[in-house]
Ligand binder design. Structure first.
Ligand SMILES: Cc1cc2nc3c(=O)[nH]c(=O)nc-3n(C[C@H](O)[C@H](O)[C@H](O)COP(=O)(O)OP(=O)(O)OC[C@H]3O[C@@H](n4cnc5c(N)ncnc54)[C@H](O)[C@@H]3O)c2cc1C
Length: 561
């Protein structure tokens, strides 16, 4: 058995930031199911928001974030976030982050959607990659122990206290008990619940599902962000900053159709609005060649000499060339909306604490809530840094002032028994088929436009698939590198989270931010200005409660751009 003060599950930006902070005071381990620099944070292109220009202010950042959230964000948390963002940015800068600069040497910034000031700092279109590597260098310098390719399958929670985890060590093929005084969840999003997604195959919402199984509340799970511009067919992201640099959205008539939806902001309206506008064009037969995509055109910026696209957007240039054979210096990019981000997650306070003593959370798997019903582009990377640091600090303070609590049950044996029973079940169902059915249904029926009866159909299917999964035979019975077993475990998570997302969406009979109901197209503050809290009961049923939204400076009003 291994013992640490703190175990951090996840080596993306939130996990690494928490580890660097907490290791100043405590004995820390990071467990990651992939090598840290393969974490999905590395795929982030656009950059992160911070009010550091003398003409800008944290108040303006705060207001944009709250308006963008359709007034569902907790304003006390957003205020703290916007105030702490500058020091988080300078921490990175002083650690050697290679971001773009202006001629005077200060950090360059540009517009992102829903922002009233150009406050997005960026490193070309490789922002996430650059931050991830900068933090990894700091992690290597620290005394944090990193366990690579360790997949946590169980949180140890006994008598209301978190006491460690059980993890599958892929390389050595064994399940291990890892005891600790505290655990930080930093496991990222659940994009794989949806068929069309910008998220990687590893984004299966593990931390949220593990918490749900322990009776911990997931907050606002019905709020799923659909990014407007992903490469047609592959759904690889085409960053919002392409529009921040002047990219146009065009329908089959070569019309900049955003002028009909949000003339004041055009292509730089918030993501929920732009995604719906694109989807409406497609539904109305105005997609290119009548198909389900429109064009994003940035070629004019290259041709006019504004910048060299291959320098400004090297990754996007390569992606479009490789996957669609489109040279974006000369031609528009075929794009369509796809799932991108989870506004919901494990209910967490501003210090990173969850409902369970000794369990903390940060990053995309948590819900604090600073993004409310719709996250602004550039606010998630900053979220991982600000709240990763906070969670790390809180967990360290807790751990150095706490004794390791005795563990009464044999959690390792209980978990091994559960895994043995998965390996011994038999039937003709297949992991890939169930996964495909789930994902297609979620994209189709719980997607950008929602309605009661398709969502109820989706919920029925999810329940059916939850039974069918027990009829899957895992053919690989070996212990080492059993990725088939992991696929099964992840499929269980996806099904559990899909259920929570769908129940929350069916219940919320209004439209707010990313959650748009054709049958309830208006926002309804009187009945729905509240957070959804979903808990799993012992009998497997889902208990839904609601919680108040913190309104401090900005009373809700109509969200007009
Ligand atoms: C393509 C793309 C582009 C984006 N661009 C931007 C942008 O420009 N600006 C912005 O603000 N936001 C952006 N976002 C959102 C942002 O990148 C993410 O929300 C953020 O990076 C998530 O960081 P994280 O640390 O919470 O999770 P991740 O980086 O996803 O890390 C999760 C970690 O958890 C580990 N893990 C998961 N499950 C387990 C388990 N069971 N056991 C052990 N380890 C586990 C993984 O191995 C990984 O290390 C983008 C998102 C995508 C998909």
């Amino acid at each position: 058995m291994i013992i640490y003060d703190i175990v951090i599950i996840g080596a993306g930006l939130a996990g690494m930031r928490a580890a660097i902070e907490s290791s100043k005071k405590a004995n820390v381990a990071v467990l990651s199911k992939v090598y840290p620099t393969r974490s999905h944070s590395g795929a982030a292109q656009g950059g992160l928001n911070v009010a550091i220009d003398p003409e800008d202010s944290w108040e303006s950042h705060m207001f944009d974030t709250i308006k963008g959230s359709d007034y569902l964000a907790d304003q006390n948390a957003v205020e703290m976030f916007c105030k702490e963002a500058p020091s988080a940015m300078y921490d990175l800068d002083h650690s050697g982050l290679l971001f773009d600069r202006k001629e005077d040497g200060t950090l360059d910034q540009k517009f992102s959607g829903g922002a009233s000031f150009p406050r997005n700092c960026f490193g070309g279109d490789l922002s996430g990659h650059k931050i991830l590597h900068t933090l990894y260098e700091q992690l290597l310098k620290s005394n944090v122990k990193v366990h690579n390719e360790y997949t946590v399958t169980k949180l140890i929670i006994e008598e209301g206290v978190c006491k460690g985890v059980v993890a599958y060590d892929l390389r050595h093929g064994r399940f291990e008990l890892i005891r600790s005084k505290s655990v930080i969840l930093a496991t990222g999003g659940y994009g794989q619940v949806f068929y069309r997604t910008t998220n990687d195959a590893i984004n299966t919402g593990d931390g949220m599902a593990l918490a749900l199984r322990e009776g911990i509340s997931l907050q606002d799970m019905e709020f799923v962000q659909f990014h407007p511009t992903t490469l047609y067919g592959t759904n690889l992201l085409i960053s919002e900053t392409v529009r921040g640099d002047g990219g146009y959205l065009l329908n089959k008539n070569n019309e900049r159709f955003m002028s009909r939806y949000v003339p004041s902001k055009m292509e730089l309206a918030p993501r929920d609005i732009v995604s719906r506008s694109i989807q409406t064009e497609i539904n109305d037969g105005l997609g290119i060649d009548g198909k389900d995509y429109v064009y994003l055109d940035i070629s004019h910026a290259h041709q006019s000499g504004k910048f060299d696209i291959t320098q400004r957007f090297p990754q996007i240039f390569e992606i479009a060339k490789k996957y669609m054979d489109v040279d974006i210096r000369e031609n528009p990019i075929p794009i369509q909306p796809a799932q991108h981000y989870s506004m919901g997650g494990v209910k967490t306070d501003m210090m990173g604490k969850t409902e369970i003593e000794g369990l903390f959370a940060a990053g995309e798997c948590s819900c604090i809530s600073i993004h409310g019903a719709n996250r602004l582009g550039g606010n998630s990377l900053m979220d991982t840094l600000v709240f990763g640091k906070r969670a790390g600090n809180t967990a360290a303070e807790y751990s150095i002032n706490t004794k390791l609590k005795a563990m009464k049950s044999n959690f390792l044996e209980i978990e091994k028994k559960r895994i043995r029973s998965i390996l011994s079940q038999e039937g003709n169902e297949s992991i890939s088929e169930i996964r495909k059915q789930l994902r297609e249904t979620m994209s189709k029926k719980v997607g950008i436009y929602r309605e009661s009866s398709p969502m109820k159909e989706a919920l029925n299917l999810i329940k059916k698939l939850q039974t069918q999964i027990q009829m899957i035979t895992i053919k690989d019975k070996s212990s080492v590198f059993n990725t088939e077993l992991l696929d099964y475990i992840e499929l269980e998570y996806l099904l559990e989270l899909a259920e929570i997302i769908t129940i929350g969406a069916i219940n919320r009979t209004e439209s707010r931010g990313s959650h748009f109901r054709n049958d309830y197209p208006q926002r309804d503050d009187e009945n729905w200005l509240k957070h959804t809290l979903a808990k799993k009961c012992d009998d497997g049923s889902i208990d839904i409660k609601y919680d108040k939204v913190y309104i401090t400076k900005y009373p809700p009003k109509e969200r007009k751009y």
